[in-house]
Design a protein around this ligand. Structure first.
Ligand SMILES: O=C(O)C[C@H]1NC(=O)NC1=O
Length: 244
């Protein structure tokens, strides 16, 4: 059995719980989901600045997970904050939920759309499409124009907006699949897939199965070249020891 560390990079416990539940639904029997979030940081991640803040907390959690011997790390925020830095620190695989969802979307459709939260985070999704080489696969990017934590306010308003944007993406973009662009949407994928009749993909569950696949194949993060462990040097203050 595996221990899979799922890191919610924002500090909202309710969203960590949503993410953890979605991960546990799909985890293979016997595999443990270790859901964590940074001890300090941003309650939601809605832009480049929030991502920069969250990255330190992600790295601290990755180090803790590695030292605890986890079999994989998942960065459960759609910006995949700190992904490559985390891979330097990690021994086990590190999967971001955006890359996971995008990869799976390309396996079931020739074009996919993305539905995320605030319009200003669409640029982050565009940057990831470029970084991962999926620009030509993405037929459209949509925002529900609500803040991330609206997904946890219990009103159901955000969930309804996600549904509307997914339907619009299906009917207007010519996409064969939709990628949910927030860790807090992880619990919506199955019901939307059934209702819309096309694959609606959540990156949390996608990442859990990718970690399981990599572990089954004996594949871990390469420590050759740029993903080798961080260079040994004395880091000062709050960073002391983070690179060891
Ligand atoms: O960028 C977004 O809208 C979603 C992203 N922010 C966050 O706090 N968790 C996320 O998945």
């Amino acid at each position: 059995p595996l221990i899979i560390q799922v890191i919610n990079p924002n500090t909202s416990d309710a969203m960590t719980a949503t993410i953890a539940a979605a991960a546990r639904v799909v985890a293979a029997p016997g595999n443990e989901i270790l859901a964590v979030c940074p001890q300090e940081g941003a309650p939601s991640i809605e832009g480049h600045f929030d991502e920069a803040i969250a990255t330190l907390g992600v790295l601290e959690q990755v180090k803790l997970g590695r030292d605890a011997g986890v079999d994989g790390h998942i960065i459960a925020c759609f910006g995949d904050p700190g992904l490559l830095a985390a891979r330097e620190l990690a021994t086990a695989p590190v999967i971001g939920i955006a890359e996971a969802a995008m990869h799976l979307a390309t396996l079931v459709a020739t074009r996919f759309s993305i539905v995320t939260t605030l319009p200003r985070t669409l640029t982050i999704a565009r940057h990831l499409l470029h970084q991962y080489g999926f620009e030509r696969h993405c037929a459209g990017l949509h925002a529900i124009d609500l803040p991330v934590l609206a997904l946890e306010d219990g009103s159901g308003t955000a969930q309804q907006k996600v549904r509307e944007q997914c339907i619009a993406a299906r009917d207007r973009d010519g996409s064969g699949a939709v990628v949910l662009g927030c860790g807090g949407m992880a619990d919506l994928a199955r019901s939307l897939t059934d209702e819309l009749g096309i694959p609606v993909i959540d990156g949390v569950s996608a990442a859990v199965k990718m970690v399981e696949a990599l572990a089954a194949l004996g594949l871990r993060t390469s420590k050759q070249g740029d993903l080798a462990y961080p260079l040994a040097k004395p880091l000062s203050g709050r960073f002391h020891g983070l690179n060891q």
